[in-house]
Ligand binder design. Structure first.
Ligand code: HEC
Ligand code: HEC
Length: 229
């Protein structure tokens, strides 16, 4: 597992270097942030310092403004995410209700107070979307988001996710989420979420909707959401 994280992280830094000087600086800043705990040694670190160090770790993968990252795996945007949703998903990874090896490893060691501090921080970030969806599908996607697909009994996404796709409580913000991440989640819903059958969770609400959407509808709605602010 640690090897997988190291591989993903080294992939991230090599990609940053390939992109040129603009992204080299943030990589150095991250390295400095990550190095703090090691250097501190016997020095007392307050909770603030711990949160900063942990944030540096999250942003190494999720992007400097938590805008997400198009890499070998799509790494989702966390900026502007609803704190309740974010906290519930971190618990879900740690409890194996939601499967993802990388995020299990990240989440299982986080204390509830650390999770709350991180969630509050991400909620306050508002970088522009990095987009990525095909522009010619945006119109169809907007129609699905706002009106659903009445012929297939698919409810309007906006009914739960909000007219601006900013989410509410344990219902996530989708605005500005990465195109490949959205496609991946909607395609694999039942393989990743609600994995403890004896303990159904909020993922059951989305399950029939993810199932009913066909590939073309998923692509359209993901394209629309990837450009939403
Ligand atoms: C080594 C890379 C890596 C690091 C470090 C990392 N993440 Fe992640 N994170 C991922 C990937 C990849 C996913 C997508 C998992 C999936 O596809 O289900 C993810 C998903 C998530 C999700 C689910 C988002 C959603 O929309 O459902 C949350 C929440 C999250 N990460 C929070 C964090 C926090 C908080 C930290 C720092 C403590 C962190 N991550 C550190 C790679 C990373
Ligand atoms: C009845 C309410 C409801 C409706 C309607 C709904 N959703 Fe959801 N959605 C949810 C809930 C609740 C979650 C959080 C699931 C969890 O906790 O795992 C969710 C999660 C998601 C996620 C995962 C986001 C992430 O960051 O991983 C995506 C993608 C999504 N919904 C897309 C859609 C789309 C597209 C539509 C319309 C076709 C839609 N939803 C309609 C309630 C709804």
């Amino acid at each position: 597992m640690d090897a997988e994280i190291t591989r993903l992280k080294s992939y991230r830094s090599s990609a940053a270097f390939r992109l040129g000087p603009r992204s080299v600086l943030p990589a150095i800043v991250i390295a400095a942030l990550c190095a703090v705990p090691g250097r501190a040694g016997a020095m007392e670190r307050g909770p603030r310092g711990d949160v900063q160090a942990k944030l540096g770790y999250c942003m190494d993968c999720h992007g400097l403004s938590a805008e997400g990252y198009h890499g070998y795996y799509p790494i989702p945007r966390l900026a502007g995410q609803q704190p309740e949703y974010l906290e519930n998903q971190l618990r879900a990874f740690a409890e194996h209700r939601r499967t993802n090896n990388i995020m299990f490893n990240v989440a299982h060691s986080l204390s509830p107070s650390m999770v709350a501090s991180l969630a509050a921080h991400f909620k306050g970030l508002n970088p522009g979307p990095i987009g990525g969806g095909p522009h010619d599908r945006v119109g169809q996607g907007r129609a699905i988001f706002q009106d659903g697909v009445p012929d297939s009994n698919i409810a309007a996404c906006s009914a739960c996710h909000g007219p601006e796709a900013t989410g509410y409580g344990e219902i996530p913000r989708l605005a500005g989420q990465l195109y490949p991440y959205l496609i991946n989640k909607l395609t694999n819903w039942d393989k990743e979420r609600g994995q403890i059958r004896s303990r159904p969770d909020t993922s059951a609400i989305m399950s029939p909707i993810a199932h009913s959407l066909n590939r073309s509808q998923i692509e359209a709605v993901a394209a629309y959401l990837s450009y939403q602010r």
